[in-house]
Write a new protein. Structure first.
Length: 395
């Protein structure tokens, strides 16, 4: 009874807050960014002093957004600017305009991304992790995309007899559900794993990474995150790149799972300044001088990301995660519509001011339905016809 009473009071408070909040953008700003900073981001950052201070850049476009994010990222990156994109602005306004959200859920299924992109691609020199067995929507397939029975899948997994990576193919934010399967795994244990994951998962062969990449953390497959953007003139460009590496003993490189990252100079492919960032912590350490300074096969990675973006006409902003094989070839681990803003903006604003001005000139015309917090229908852009689902976003 006590729980129900508290829940009823919380629900009433939420409805009152929603009713009297003057604008939808302000509601999102308070609900998302304020609580995000209070509960998850660096506690030593004095976020309260910026909540009531409006960001002048977004104010000129008609959005009431606090100065909080711009101050936070300016301190972390050392690049002072007002046009840092808040998570609320990105997820609720900018990304839904740049990406067709009705396509996004299917595009985010890792089991179909290779088919969409026609990978592996010999001309680009891009490889992909090899699947041994995968499950799409409850149906089991062999690595050659041939449907198989449960018993056939078990036989293939046992016969492979090597270490595997098991991971979900959807809803994989933060490396959730990713694990290493040892080569001694028994038939009964494989049955237990398959029953545990149920559907939408894949057993992949281990990627043997380039020795330079291995130096950053030997237990994880370390990746290059590169974000590409297609502007209003249909020109594709690289916005940002970073090197992601796992924490000690981890098999995942995800920053929010204990790993770290450092910026990459998108022109030279060298580390920007050897700063080692961790998830939402303002105390930045350094990459040891003994570790490599230059990313192998950088030009090939950059060329591949821009070329592959051309195969996704419904997405104008994409985050790509590449490993590098032992032979120096890019290995596309996955791509992400709606790349997370925190990872990008630790080294500077997500967009150049010129690009963001162009985007905001369109986004500012959005007439959102104010009767719901969870869903926005953007009716101003019939050529895009997109629905914004509650929250979302990727690491």
């Amino acid at each position: 009874m006590e729980y129900r009473k508290k829940n009823k009071i919380s629900h009433l408070a939420f409805r009152l807050w929603k009713l009297f909040s003057p604008s939808l953008s302000e509601r999102y700003q308070h609900f998302d960014t304020r609580m995000f900073l209070k509960n998850e981001m660096a506690p030593q950052f004095p976020w309260k002093k910026y909540v009531g201070k409006s960001n002048p850049y977004f104010k000129k476009w008609g959005f009431k957004v606090s100065q909080l994010d711009a101050e936070y990222y300016s301190r972390v990156s050392g690049v002072k600017a007002d046009h840092y994109v808040t998570r609320s602005m990105a997820v609720h306004y900018i990304y839904p305009y740049l990406d067709r959200y009705d396509f996004v859920p299917a595009y985010m299924d890792k089991n179909i991304q290779n088919k969409l992109l026609q990978l592996p691609d010999k001309e680009l020199g891009v490889l992909t992790p090899e699947a041994v067995i995968y499950n799409s929507n409850g149906v089991l397939f062999k690595g050659n995309d041939e449907e198989c029975t449960f018993d056939e899948a078990l036989d293939i997994l046992i016969d492979y007899g090597q270490e595997l990576i098991l991971k979900p193919s959807v809803e994989t934010f933060g490396g959730r559900g990713v694990m290493k399967v040892e080569k001694q795994t028994s038939r009964e244990q494989f049955i237990e794993l398959i029953n545990q994951y149920k559907r939408n998962f894949t057993f992949q062969k281990i990627v043997r990474q380039h020795p330079v990449m291995k130096e950053y953390n030997p237990t994880s497959v370390n990746t290059v995150r590169i974000v590409t953007y297609r502007d209003f003139q249909r020109q594709r460009k690289v916005l940002y790149s970073c090197l992601r590496f796992g924490g000690e003993g981890s098999v995942m490189d995800n920053v929010c799972s204990g790993g770290g990252f450092t910026g990459i100079n998108i022109v030279t492919g060298k580390l920007l300044d050897r700063k080692r960032y961790t998830y939402f912590v303002m105390d930045v350490t350094n990459i040891p001088d003994s570790m490599p300074d230059e990313i192998p096969s950088w030009e090939q990675i950059k060329t591949a990301a821009l070329a592959l973006h051309g195969r996704l006409p419904h997405l104008d902003i994409v985050g790509w995660d590449f490993a590098i094989s032992a032979e120096g070839k890019p290995v596309l681990i996955e791509f992400n519509p709606r790349p997370g803003v925190g990872l990008q903006q630790a080294v500077g604003p997500m967009f150049s001011k010129e690009d963001l001005d162009e985007i905001m000139s369109h986004v500012a015309r959005v007439k959102a339905k104010y009767n719901t917090l969870g869903v926005l229908q953007f009716e101003d852009f019939p050529e895009r016809k997109t629905v914004m689902y509650k929250f979302g976003g990727n690491g």
